[in-house]
Design a protein around this ligand. Structure first.
Ligand SMILES: Nc1ncnc2c1ncn2[C@@H]1O[C@H](COP(=O)(O)OP(=O)(O)O)[C@@H](O)[C@H]1O
Ligand SMILES: O=c1ccn([C@@H]2O[C@H](COP(=O)(O)O)[C@@H](O)[C@H]2O)c(=O)[nH]1
Length: 202
């Protein structure tokens, strides 16, 4: 199994890059694990309390479960990936039955901060976009897709997202084997990663 970790700040384009990478690859050969599925289960909190969580800090992620799941996939066993709702700020209770594939892609803002996870990755990729570009994308996405308003997005950006990005996420660039500049759609970089995967699948 080839495991690729794709990190980078919110709005840098990780999900978009992953979708482009897998577009022309055989569906049954490549699997995706999203760090977002592994936000801690916060069912013991009410909605108001959940809105106050710092979702950009590594402790907001259930890395134990994520590592355990990746180990199971490596052993050839399927896992049940939790489904997360950004609208409710919590797991939905549903799961996605995820089968082990020849290539597994793990993507998320904080995945490269975790030493145990990094040890399991064969290739570390960091997707970079400038912070103003990421903020613009985040405002548009969170308002249209995640049920936020402009005040919420900007307050979260100033209070937690920006400082956490600087403290935890940006430094993980150091661990990257490949940095994808993604201020514009980067088809060349996507092709390179796709070629690496195709060679492994051949
Ligand atoms: N290179 C790009 N140029 C312009 N918009 C982009 C680019 N890459 C992604 N986007 C858009 O930015 C938003 C965030 O992208 P997404 O892939 O969800 O980022 P991430 O997963 O890193 O948070 C989405 O609406 C997406 O369509
Ligand atoms: O309940 C939640 C959980 C997370 N967030 C924000 O999401 C991003 C990470 O997702 P990307 O798709 O990589 O952007 C993170 O910056 C959190 O602030 C949230 O708003 N609500």
């Amino acid at each position: 199994m080839l495991i690729i970790g794709i990190g980078g700040g919110t709005g840098s384009g990780k999900t978009t890059v992953v979708n482009e990478i897998i577009k022309q690859l055989p569906e049954n050969e490549v699997g995706i694990i999203s760090q977002d599925s592994y936000y801690n289960d916060t069912s013991h909190l009410n909605y108001e309390q959940r809105t106050k969580i710092n979702f950009d800090h590594p402790r907001s992620i259930d890395f134990d479960l994520l590592c355990e799941h990746l180990k199971e996939l490596k052993k050839g066993n399927p896992i049940n990936q939790p489904v997360y709702s950004f609208v409710k700020h919590n797991r939905t209770g549903d799961t996605i039955h995820t089968l082990p594939r020849k290539v597994m892609i793990v993507e998320g803002i904080l995945i490269l901060t975790n030493t145990e996870l990094r040890k399991m990755f064969d290739i570390n990729i960091f997707v970079h976009a400038d912070s103003d570009e990421r903020l613009i994308r985040r405002i548009k996405r969170d308002i249209t897709q995640r049920g936020r308003d402009i005040d919420e997005v900007l307050a979260r950006y100033q209070n937690t997202l920006k400082p956490m990005h600087e403290q935890f996420i940006e430094p993980t660039k150091e661990f990257a084997d490949i940095i994808i500049p993604n201020n514009r759609y980067n088809t060349v970089a996507v092709d390179i990663v796709r070629t690496i995967i195709s060679e492994r699948l051949a």
